[in-house]
Design a protein around this ligand. Structure first.
Ligand code: SF4
Ligand code: FES
Length: 259
């Protein structure tokens, strides 16, 4: 969907301006499927402290200017993965981006753009339909598979074996990686980086017996071979996961049948 050029400007005078705040312009790509044919930009001049997060600004706009502004969030602390959005064109969690890191050079007006992540259907404003993303996640069987021989105690694992997949355990399913991937934008049937990351987490787990099943799934035309190693996903990940490296490791496991 392409954005139209028209831009609304809103009255933000009711937003409290704490001491030390500066006024910044937040431009949000708005879309209400009940009244809009196309998304459009709306501008809000809002008071902001350097320590505010972009999520705080969105809340102020929602609470004091327009209660219909739609966005997802839950924890507000970078844990739940709900609030991935494009901030100044880059996929970020709104609760992790501080205003002080967005401020323009002294004397210049700061403008921050906020838009929904790409590649998933926009339901309203910054709120996208995550179902295609979770469908790909579920398809790689992101759970421990163990056949028979139920243990009578915990499944023991060496530190070295645990380290093998430590990085990919950190995923919070925010979709910042998948929605930054040009292959995913052009073909939504590609599993996408996040699904492969979550397959990696179990493929390289020494306690798991489902690696072959998952590798077969990812050997599909829409699987790992669609990755073009652009590194967008690694740059986008708010958890610092080496996403591209994980995808490469899955490719190598398929080529050499070695886990
Ligand atoms: S790998 Fe990183 S960017 Fe991708 S879904 Fe997981 S936490 Fe988000
Ligand atoms: S609201 Fe939970 S990660 Fe941002």
């Amino acid at each position: 969907m392409t954005a139209t050029v028209y831009e609304g400007v809103n009255d933000t005078s009711q937003i409290p301006a704490p001491e030390g705040s500066v006024t910044i312009t937040v431009k949000i790509l708005r879309f209400n499927p009940e009244i809009d044919d196309e998304p459009h930009w709306e501008s809000y001049d809002v008071p902001a402290l350097p320590t505010d997060r972009v999520l705080n600004l969105l809340f102020n706009i929602k609470n004091y200017v327009d209660g219909t502004l739609a966005f997802r969030r839950s924890c507000a602390h970078g844990i739940c993965g709900s609030d991935a959005m494009q901030i100044n064109g880059i996929n970020r969690l709104a609760c992790k981006v501080l205003v002080k890191d967005l401020l323009a050079k002294e004397g210049k007006q700061t403008t921050v753009t906020v838009a929904p992540i790409k590649g998933l259907p926009t339901m309203k404003d910054l709120y996208v339909d995550m179902e295609p993303f979770f469908e790909a996640y579920r398809a790689v069987k992101p759970y421990l598979i163990a056949y028979g021989n139920e243990p009578t105690r915990e499944r023991v694992q060496s530190q070295a074996d645990r380290d093998r997949f430590d990085d990919t355990t950190k995923c919070i399913l925010c979709a910042a990686c998948t929605s930054s991937c040009p292959v995913y934008w052009s073909d939504g049937s590609y599993f996408g980086p996040a699904a492969i990351v979550n397959a990696h987490r179990f493929i390289f787990d020494s306690r798991d017996e489902g690696s072959e099943e998952r590798l077969d799934i990812l050997n599909d035309a829409e699987g790992v071979w669609r990755c073009r190693t652009t590194f967008n996903c690694t740059d986008a990940c708010p958890r610092g996961i080496q996403v591209t490296k994980a995808i490469q490791e899955v490719k190598r496991a398929l080529l050499f049948k070695r886990v």
